[in-house]
Design a protein around this ligand. Structure first.
Ligand code: AMP
Ligand code: MG
Length: 403
């Protein structure tokens, strides 16, 4: 039995992980490459947004005072379009300027009417309006953002809209956390690559492919190795190689209590374990520690478990490593539409289908919940978070995380 924290609660495991995040340096990427990256510094705006008072409508700008007793006739003095090079002429009493969306407000004017509410004579010289001008069609300088304001903070995930905002703020390059290279190493004598001939008692190796997808989903770079057989010496060679080439290592399989669980054995004898076993179901066997100074998660071999453990332990660890941000775990509150097996001591993560057609979100099981049953995960929308001691009874409520 290791002296390190053993069979910890989920919250204890998270605390241990968050206390020693992966150190990820900053790199600057062009805006075009910013999608799905995570900001490593607060970002200040280099400009006011809007930069100047401008029109929100195609229409006419004039003095509000002039429009108080409709119908009003005003003389049109010139036209302003967005990006105009002319200096707008001041608008005097009785005058109007034809204005396009985004064009600067001319001095003196403090109201707008959209073109469809205006009548213009054939010569384009006189405007007649039957209502008061509207002040709210003026977009005021700095009403969205002022120069120097932090609009996006460290840890922000760069979505299409936030990348647009980086450009609005005047940044051609953005500081983001470097992606971690994450090595993925499956273990097991029985594992063969899909496409090869299976001998007796062999199966297709699936975890490394699923985990590589999860690594990409979390915004990092997977480095998938071919699986290693159950041999301490072979495992040591592969772990050393992964430690040289990667920032973080994920192994799958060989981490439980069995005689052939060599990842656990080699970590006990030659590595540094920070915790082993966590009170979550499925997926109680995992360990976290360091191999030659490189952080390593030993994930369970059962395919559904390895996926669930990535979502529950590796993803929060990676979020802690990127300023507490990145791909978020989206939580929903569901009502159990059938009874689920829960546990006094374990956080239970059942694979559920969520019916959103009624007033509340209803959770149904995706069927047999064996930890080797990947299909039940494929069918699932979410995982329940049945806290230790939750009854799991039909009609009760719990949080769930969307997959
Ligand atoms: P283990 O944790 O090594 O005892 O493996 C638990 C179960 O998961 C066994 O039935 C293994 O055959 C299976 N398994 C382990 N690794 C993988 C993998 N990479 N792909 C598919 N199944 C696996
Ligand atoms: Mg095994």
């Amino acid at each position: 039995m290791p002296e390190t924290p053993y069979f910890v609660s989920y919250h204890e495991a998270i605390k241990i992980l968050e206390n020693q995040p992966l150190p990820l340096p900053t790199e600057f990427v062009p805006l075009d490459e910013g999608h799905n990256r995570v900001l490593s510094e607060d970002l200040e705006s280099k400009v006011d947004d809007p930069r100047f008072d401008n029109s929100a409508m195609d229409g006419f700008a004039f003095r509000y005072q002039d429009s108080l007793t409709p119908p009003t006739r005003l003389s049109i003095i010139h036209t302003l379009q967005a990006g105009t090079k002319q200096t707008p002429k001041p608008v005097a009493k009785g005058q109007a300027v034809r204005i396009m969306t985004g064009a600067p407000m001319p001095e003196g004017a403090d109201a707008i009417l959209p073109i469809e509410r205006c009548e213009v004579n054939d010569e384009n010289t006189t405007l007649t309006i039957d209502e008061e001008g509207k002040k709210h069609f003026i977009r005021k300088q700095g009403e969205n953002l002022s120069e120097g304001q932090i609009a996006l903070s460290k840890g922000a995930l760069l979505t299409p809209s936030s990348i647009g905002l980086c450009a609005t703020m005047g940044h051609p390059k953005i500081p983001v956390f470097q992606k971690a290279t994450i090595g993925i190493l499956s273990t097991g004598d029985e594992l063969q690559l899909p496409g090869t001939q299976l001998n007796e008692n062999e199966i297709y190796e699936s975890n490394s492919f699923g985990l590589a997808g999860l690594v990409k989903w979390s915004g990092h770079t997977p480095k998938r190795y071919n699986s290693v057989v159950d041999s301490i010496d072979k495992l040591r060679i592969k772990l050393d190689m992964a430690a040289e080439e990667c920032d973080l290592i994920l192994t799958s399989g060989g981490v439980s209590m069995g005689d052939w669980d060599l990842v656990r054995k080699i970590m006990e004898e030659e590595g540094e374990i920070k915790f082993w076993r966590v009170k979550i179901r499925p997926g109680s066997p995992p360990l976290f520690g360091y191999w030659k100074g490189v952080p390593i998660f030993g994930l369970p071999g059962n395919p559904a478990s390895s996926h669930v453990v990535f979502r529950m332990l590796v993803a929060p660890y990676l979020r802690a490593s990127t300023g507490g941000g990145g791909i978020e775990e989206r939580r929903i509150r569901v009502q159990l539409a059938e009874s689920f097996k829960s546990d006094e001591k374990f956080l239970v993560l059942r694979r559920i289908k969520v019916d959103a057609s009624g007033d509340q979100l209803l959770a149904y099981s995706t069927g047999y919940q064996g930890s080797g049953n990947l299909n039940s995960l494929v069918l699932a929308d979410a995982l329940t978070l049945l806290e230790p001691g939750h009854s799991g009874e039909k009609g009760t409520w719990c949080d769930a995380i969307l997959l």
